[in-house]
Design a protein. Structure first.
Length: 208
């Protein structure tokens, strides 16, 4: 988490630093990205950088979680539009990003360059617990929840699948292949996560 000093910066100066960081992480994978290039692009002394962030990794994680927070807000809207249907809303999220590729170009390129890191897209609160804004918009009656933590586990898998598909959409095969793969993987997960309709009385399935 950035320091309080970073958050106390004027918004324009804060955004200039983040823009320089985005440019650098688009240019090079995390391991090769240069703090010197970031501070040069931001026009700040090296010492100031370390007053704001502990290191390059903290800056990278903050950028990814900032992207993730934007996507969480979109998920809330999409869940409302889908009347709480979780799987449909996640597929809509993938489509939403693809429809706005220019807006999310930096995110997609950073994901593509850092696929081996599996960079986190979603905020720490989501990894440690489900944001209330998502929970209250989900139709939990659709899901086969049997134990505490089942909902969080399902959401974790959907976040992981969607993030992976977004990453692949910027590579060979493009968005179409990435979406087809996402649909296939979601279908496999859905079979175990959504409640199944009860078989008709007297059917062979019921007898089993």
């Amino acid at each position: 988490m950035p320091s309080a000093t970073f958050f106390n910066l004027p918004p324009a100066k804060r955004e200039k630093l983040l823009a320089a960081a985005r440019d650098e992480f688009v240019r090079a994978p995390f391991a090769q990205a240069s703090v010197n290039r970031i501070i040069h692009g931001a026009g700040i002394p090296r010492g100031s950088f370390y007053m704001y962030f502990a290191d390059k990794e903290e800056l990278f994680r903050y950028l990814m979680e900032d992207f993730g927070t934007q996507l969480i807000r979109q998920m809330e809207r999409l869940l409302e539009e889908r009347n709480g249907a979780v799987f449909a809303a996640f597929l809509d999220l993938f489509d939403y990003v693809q429809d706005r590729r220019a807006e999310y170009r930096d995110l997609l390129n950073i994901l593509r360059r850092n696929g081996d890191m599996r960079p986190g897209l979603f905020p720490g609160e989501c990894r440690g617990g489900l944001p209330e804004g998502l929970r209250e918009r989900m139709d939990l009656a659709r899901l086969d929840l049997r134990e505490a933590g089942d909902l969080e586990a399902i959401l974790h898998q959907l976040f992981f699948l969607t993030g992976g598909a977004l990453m692949r959409s910027a590579g060979p095969g493009g968005p179409e292949a990435a979406r087809a793969g996402l649909v296939r993987r979601m279908d496999i997960l859905r079979r175990g996560a959504e409640k199944q309709a009860a078989p008709p009385a007297g059917s062979a399935a019921e007898a089993i």
